[in-house]
Design a protein around this ligand. Sequence first.
Ligand SMILES: Nc1ncnc2c1ncn2[C@@H]1O[C@H](COP(=O)(O)OP(=O)(O)OP(=O)(O)O)[C@@H](O)[C@H]1O
Length: 488
Amino acid sequence: MKHNALFERFSTRLKAQVGQDVYASWFGRLKLHSVSKSVVRLTVPTTFLKSWINNRYLDQITTIFQAEDAEILKVEILVRSASRNTKVLVASEERTLAPEPVVATSFPRSQAPREIGKIAAFPSPSASPARSAHVPGPLFGSPLDSRFTFDTFVEGPSNRVALAAAKTIAEAGASAVRFNPLFIHSGVGLGKTHLLQAIANAAVGSERMPRVVYLTAEYFMWRFATAIRDNDALTLKDSLRNIDLLIIDDMQFLQGKMIQNEFCHLLNMLLDSAKQVVVAADRAPWELESLDPRVRSRLQGGVAIEVEAPDYEMRLEMIKGRLATARQDDPSLDIPAEILSHVARNVTASGRELEGAFNQLLFRRSFEPSLSIERVDELLAHLVGAGEAKRVRIEDIQRIVARHYNVSRQELVSNRRTRVIVKPRQIAMYLSKTLTPRSFPEIGRRFGGRDHTTVLHAVRKIEELISGDTKLSHEVELLKRLINENNA
Ligand SMILES: Nc1ncnc2c1ncn2[C@@H]1O[C@H](COP(=O)(O)OP(=O)(O)OP(=O)(O)O)[C@@H](O)[C@H]1O
């Protein structure tokens, strides 16, 4: 009760400081998790929101709590899990985060892993997360989804090279240092995590590379931050010294100077001792703006492979694969071939959307046993519509930014270099990079055929300005909201 009142007072103050709009955009779904001793824990529904709040608002939030209660020393943001299965129990945290013995690291996937008993852990790879929560000792790793194997990965023109590289590493072991680090990048939902976990699943327990660590960048940050806080970083670093294979997912989320430093040391150490490193991100290494240049350059020293969107044949095979898996649980399940191909033809964006479409279909089928193509069309219209709505278009960004700054869209993409045009143009470029999966060269083309370095410069410039200028940062957040609303 007392804590709820504290949280309410905090919310009121925060709202007054950041304004109603910013508050609604970023803090509307913030919830109080617990207040124990000097630590306040808040939760948000997504890892993205967690990173965002941690990076931009944690100091402000902490100051407000401290103003309310001087005993509070620290505020932590956690991700609420949608499902019980998505939680990993981490042994060492039991000690550090008492009196709440269990801290959940979220598994940032749309689907809960069916089985998370396997964990790419060192030095005890066989320990299940649930068991290890009660066994003291170091444990390091994010959960592996047992469905993500090479067998279930559909090969096609858009991912053939990446798959071949991944298999070579999994099969040849640490001697396959021809691609080191291997860097896989793509837009969302195109199978990076599946591929990375397939490598980990194949390697864990193998003789060639028994010591595998699979981590999301967020988990890496969190684990290191905890170790540093507890003066335990040396033990952690020691335990990572002897691994054979390091796999890091969602690299774009690695943030913070100190953590990036640690990551850089680890990367140097592993690469210099010819240990294999595999990394995935939503963009190419040279586009990872928030990374320390040394990390970026080390990541660029290996092989970067892009995975593109699947074609129709691949989508069909994926959806058939889903059905085959679902039938293992319920052999009576059947979806006519023409419906499967219809879904594969219409849901085109990514493996994840296809998975969503298939799940919808299964769900509907349980109370509408014979779905007609027309009915599927209705369902797909909604699904495809939702997918489309989420895709922000560069033209919309240009239109909204131009309107906001009272310039025309033509001026935005023109050669004019007056201040009144340059700033909105740079902001529009920045938003294009942050809100769409488009590459720098592509954005350059859409802004009057500019060179990619101009876009890169604009993005860096705005990032720099935002970090020191609250007014501009609110302005950019408002623009983001307008763009997202336009797409809703
Ligand atoms: N080639 C493929 N074969 C089989 N399934 C696939 C393939 N590509 C994607 N999928 C499926 O699509 C879903 C999303 O894939 P995944 O999570 O690996 O994407 P991602 O690229 O890591 O996305 P994000 O950028 O959001 O992290 C998963 O269920 C995955 O199994």
